[in-house]
Design a protein. Structure first.
Length: 353
């Protein structure tokens, strides 16, 4: 039996178009005609006795490291990949419902940004989770492409554009031209890795155990990629591994720089690899126009200067780097037909009416 496809004017009236940046650290939701309406941490608290979801987003993040034994605050995405399908589905359903200001008879049409280089199985997991969460139609776009669109870079023109998206779970490096990816590399080293580096360094150097949130706070407060003009320091509290008692210490920018140094160098080496395999004309364009850095990692002090020093190309931090991917999904939603060629496997299936 043939499916009945409703005219776009009717679906537009009874449905919503939603763009989602499904990040390891944060998930942002764009509602067509309204802009970014939801920004929540990608954390879900689950009651392990009943299997019920207790909290999602900021409320769940506040529980990290502070829950009783039967409640687990988990990240359903690890390194940009769905690690817990059911919890991801619950999180998407909650965020999509929160984004839609009023209930509509039809499920929303959704564009989701995912890291580049995901396998077919990993991409299908995202698509299925969104469908099960209530989406009527699901389109997938790679995050470097969405970020370039959100930053309004000239990716449809015959000119090489390089973008580096340093997120929470992954770093996406891509060379773009003519609406497609010329070369790309996905690195499982990003903001979360830097947090782990800091926690590991404090444990080994100071014999103090600190949590993920404390490590992130230290990174934001005193994290640098190059030595700053003025020294920075922060006071942190944790559990002394020798006595088992609480202890307070002061860490400096030098400590943090030493902790994250290897990971920063790995990101720089990956960028060099992409440049080394790129066509010469594209590399010439990058040397002339520079490289664009986005994502939360773009906010690390001294990173642009460190990149320019090592890569010898101009470095530009895009405006509002935390929202470029979700803004890119919004641009796709405004004219899906125009940007269809940038999507991974078009999905035009609709539900029977």
């Amino acid at each position: 039996m043939a499916l009945l496809t409703l005219p776009s004017s009717i679906t537009a009236r009874f449905s919503r178009d939603i763009g989602i940046d499904l990040g390891t650290a944060n998930t942002l939701v764009y509602l067509k005609g309204k802009g970014i309406v939801v920004t929540e941490p990608s954390v879900v608290a689950v009651n392990q006795k009943t299997g019920q979801v207790v909290a999602i987003g900021q409320q769940a993040k506040d529980m990290l490291g502070r829950t009783p034994g039967h409640i687990a605050a988990v990240r359903p995405l690890v390194e940009g990949v769905v690690s817990d399908f059911e919890v991801t589905e619950e999180m998407l359903a909650y965020l999509m419902q929160k984004a839609q200001l009023e209930k509509t008879p039809l499920g929303p049409r959704v564009v989701i940004g995912v890291p580049s280089g995901l396998t077919t199985v990993e991409t299908r997991a995202v698509r299925d989770a969104a469908r099960n969460a209530g989406a009527r139609e699901v389109h997938i776009i790679e995050e470097p492409m969405a970020a370039a669109l959100g930053a309004k870079l000239p990716i449809s023109e015959p000119v090489g554009t390089m973008i580096v998206d340093i997120g929470g779970g992954t770093t996406d490096i891509a060379l773009l031209s003519m609406g497609g990816i010329v070369r790309s590399k996905n690195l499982r080293i990003a903001g979360d890795t830097l947090n782990q580096d800091i926690a590991g360094y404090v444990r080994s150097e100071f014999k103090i155990l600190i949590g993920e949130r404390t490590a992130e706070d230290v990174k934001i407060a005193v994290g640098t990629a190059l030595k700053p003009a003025q020294p920075l320091q922060a006071t942190i509290r944790g559990r002394d591994l020798v006595t088992g008692l609480p202890r307070e210490i002061v860490v400096t920018d030098t400590d943090v720089r030493e902790a994250i140094g290897a990971s920063i160098q790995s990101i720089l080496e990956a960028i060099k690899e992409v440049l080394e395999t790129a066509p010469p004309e594209v590399v010439a364009d990058v040397m002339r126009l520079g490289m664009y850095v986005t994502g939360g990692g773009a906010l690390l002090r001294g990173l642009p200067e460190r990149m320019a020093e090592e890569l010898r190309v101009p470095i530009h931090i895009v405006d509002d780097p935390l929202t470029t991917v979700v803004r890119g999904t919004g641009i796709v939603l405004e004219d899906l037909a125009k940007h269809r060629g940038m999507l991974l496997e078009d999905d035009e299936s609709t539900t029977p009416f």
